[in-house]
Design a protein around this ligand. Structure first.
Ligand SMILES: NC(=O)c1ccc[n+]([C@@H]2O[C@H](COP(=O)([O-])OP(=O)(O)OC[C@H]3O[C@@H](n4cnc5c(N)ncnc54)[C@H](OP(=O)(O)O)[C@@H]3O)[C@@H](O)[C@H]2O)c1
Length: 211
């Protein structure tokens, strides 16, 4: 038996139960993993509430989404081909917190659109989990980073994360501010993890939604 967090009914944090579970033995192509640290991700909330459907109730949530669920546990059985080898010098807490966001950020900055020195980029929700990493990475790539956030505390965070210009969108018109900062030229790319209220309003060359 190992301890795991289980969800028997959909809802908020109150539905998370710390229980004994039987995980069995690994079959061919599987490995028995001991979790030293796990990431916690907003998608866990969707699974807990049933917005994103888990395969069946009860289930053990996972920070990276399916397949397979189950990382909210001391130990779990995983397909070997889902594992990634990480250098031992990297702290498990860093590994767990950065893997999903890191892969997404790499794809956004290097594949989806290749950010180069001299580019100006706009990052919505700049102080969010994704935004924070995106701004740091884009800054080191030599881009001018404009970030939008909802309040002053997040503005401080975004500045620390490498935003050259921070716009508090609840106080300022971010379209006007971006046009002002870029002298009306707009930006090379917008990274938007918000959608709807921010879509198609700034002159851009590329638009990436982070879904
Ligand atoms: N984290 C990952 O590993 C990952 C991977 C792939 C895709 N994604 C996607 O990236 C997006 C952001 O994820 P995240 O992990 O960075 O989330 P997060 O840490 O919760 O940040 C989201 C931010 O979005 C802003 N926001 C604006 N309108 C919102 C609304 N109506 N509801 C909630 N937030 C709102 C908020 O910042 P302000 O208060 O400053 O507006 C909030 O801090 C999500 O769509 C997620 O599915 C995330």
């Amino acid at each position: 038996m190992v301890k795991a967090i289980r969800v028997h009914e959909f809802g908020g944090p109150q539905v998370l139960k710390w229980e004994d579970v039987e995980i069995g033995e690994p079959k061919e192509g599987e490995v028995h993993v001991r979790n030293k640290a796990i990431g916690v991700n907003f998608i866990d909330v969707y699974f807990g509430k049933g917005v994103d459907k888990a395969p069946s109730l009860p289930f053990t949530p996972a920070y990276a989404g399916p397949p397979p669920l189950g990382s909210y546990a001391e130990e779990q059985i995983l397909p070997a081909n889902k594992l990634v080898s990480v250098p031992p010098k990297i702290d498990p807490i860093i590994e767990a917190s950065i893997m999903s966001k890191g892969m997404t950020t790499r794809y956004l900055l290097r594949s989806c659109f290749k950010v180069e020195p001299g580019h100006t980029i706009l990052v919505h929700a700049a102080a969010g989990g994704m935004g924070s990493l995106l701004c740091q990475w884009a800054n080191t790539l030599g881009a001018t980073v404009i970030g939008t956030v909802s309040n002053k505390t997040k503005a401080v965070q975004a500045k620390e994360d490498g935003c050259h210009h921070v716009i508090i969108y609840t106080e300022e018109d971010f379209v006007a501010r971006v046009n002002e900062i870029t002298s009306g030229n707009g930006v090379e790319v917008v990274y938007d993890s918000v959608g709807k209220s921010t879509f198609e309003v700034v002159p851009i060359i590329s638009y990436a939604t982070c879904i």
